[in-house]
Ligand binder design. Structure first.
Ligand SMILES: [Zn+2]
Length: 450
């Protein structure tokens, strides 16, 4: 039920009714997503849709939730709400008092709590609980303060495991579609994303769930990644500048600024908080070579966990030193310690940190752990280099790729540098907090109040 609310509100209409296999076919049919530059014929067939059962089996009905009955359970210090559709929810007295929505307790212009914790009685009782004529739950507290709660508002904040899970999914969109070489990269029109809210929402949802979206039709001049960043909010400044130029440069301060092959990597693991999202805009492509490669680092980590749990354990526990030194925006000496595969408190992979070029020669482990570390790293890299896992595409001038730098590893084939046709990409970073903020704002404007 809760999942269905999210599905209805968060995905474009055609996508809602689709399984993962047809999701982006549906988007393409709407003209939001076009064909990718280089791609095999079928889309998403090997993708895994996390929580597919919930998404697919969920009823799409979003009934307004009426309250049938509400009463105080004084001994347990809970208010019990019985819903017209039969379910019930429990709300602790303290939580209800803390979240009173009245103008004294909430600064409504900021949707922020003005009630001070020092004024909150965390042992409060309840005097009366009633249902109002407009089907709201009204509570009078022992000091005669009155709180009125909207039924929908309460329902979304139900403390059951399923409701909490649905609310977290609505807020953070953590379900991902895993993929391999058969992925056809979701593609949209650059100008449509800039000017149409529905197109922008579809772009960001696909960026979140698939991890990569291709935009076509950008002008072949510098400044386009900055323009796209302004569609979100603002870009992330790093030591490589607000935006950066990927070109073959003499005395390169980064291996990216050469014409050599770049093995699969994430950008900037030398920072403890690496950029979440990367934009790369092709202004000029080489005559020969320079194709791009990407893999789904989360999916590869899952494969590693299945094939070699010991290696997975090593890469999720050992903190590896990274360093990046040079001069660009200004001079810098960056050092970090990151796990190559980061997992959250529930054991789900949440960030990949790996760039072989900036992995430090300093390795902070006891000597007997050095060889097992190399074995584990090699096992992970071997999986990601398998042809069945790598998606290859060639950017042409005007193409702009946007991807999840916490999830994807990307690389580049070597190219022939010629003075009359210089390969030139312009890049920019953003962070997921800003991207998710824009996604929520767009979802609200496209689908209404969430
Ligand atoms: Zn109040």
């Amino acid at each position: 039920m809760w999942k269905s609310t999210f599905v209805r509100c968060a995905l474009p209409a055609l996508l809602q009714r689709s399984s993962s296999v047809t999701a982006c076919q549906a988007l393409r049919a709407r003209g939001r997503l076009g064909s990718p530059a280089v791609s095999p014929p079928c889309f998403l067939t090997s993708m895994q849709l996390r929580g597919q059962q919930t998404l697919v089996s969920a009823s799409l009905a979003m009934a307004r939730h009426g309250v049938r009955q509400a009463r105080a359970l004084h001994k347990e210090r809970l208010v019990e709400v019985e819903w017209e559709d039969g379910g019930q929810s429990l709300y602790p007295f303290t939580w209800l008092r803390d979240n009173c929505q009245c103008p004294l307790c909430t600064l409504q212009s900021a949707e922020a709590r003005s009630l001070l914790l020092s004024d909150l009685d965390i042992h409060t009782g309840v005097e009366t609980v009633q249902i109002t004529d407009s089907n709201k739950v009204s509570i009078v507290w022992p000091d005669q303060h009155t709180s009125v709660f909207d039924a929908e508002w309460l329902r979304k904040r139900c403390f059951s495991s399923a409701a909490r899970q649905a609310m977290q999914e609505e807020l953070f969109i953590n379900e991902r579609y895993y993929w391999d070489s058969k992925l056809r990269i979701p593609t949209a029109d650059f100008h449509e994303v800039l000017h149409d809210d529905k197109a922008a929402l579809a772009w960001l949802l696909a960026l979140r769930r698939v991890g990569i979206v291709y935009l076509k039709g950008a002008p072949t001049t510098r400044g386009q990644v900055a323009r796209l960043s302004e569609r979100i909010g603002y870009l992330r400044l790093t030591f490589y500048g607000h935006t950066w130029q990927v070109q073959d440069k003499p005395m390169a301060n980064n291996v990216a600024y050469t014409s050599g092959k770049l093995s699969l990597h994430t950008d900037y693991p030398a920072l403890h908080f690496p950029p979440g999202v990367q934009f790369l805009h092709c202004i000029n492509q080489a005559d020969e070579g320079g194709e791009s490669e990407v893999v789904d680092g989360f999916h590869m980590a899952e494969q590693l966990q299945k094939e070699d749990p010991g290696a997975f354990g090593t890469l999720t526990s050992l903190r590896v030193d990274f360093k990046d030194t040079g001069t660009d925006y200004c001079d810098f000496m960056v050092q970090s310690k990151n796990r190559i595969i980061d997992v959250d408190s529930e054991g789900r992979v949440c960030r990949i940190n790996f760039n072989n070029a900036t992995r430090d020669s300093v390795l902070d482990v006891p000597v007997e752990q050095v060889q097992p570390f190399y074995r584990a790293l090699k096992a992970y890299v071997d999986i990601m280099n398998r042809p069945e896992n790598v998606v290859t595409y060639r950017m042409e001038p005007g193409d702009l790729v946007t991807f999840d730098n916490w999830r994807l590893l990307h690389g580049r084939r070597s190219y022939v540098s010629s003075p009359d046709r210089l390969r030139h990409l312009e890049g920019a970073y953003l962070d997921w907090d800003e991207v998710m903020s824009r996604l929520r704002v767009l979802r609200k404007s496209v689908h209404g109040e969430m």
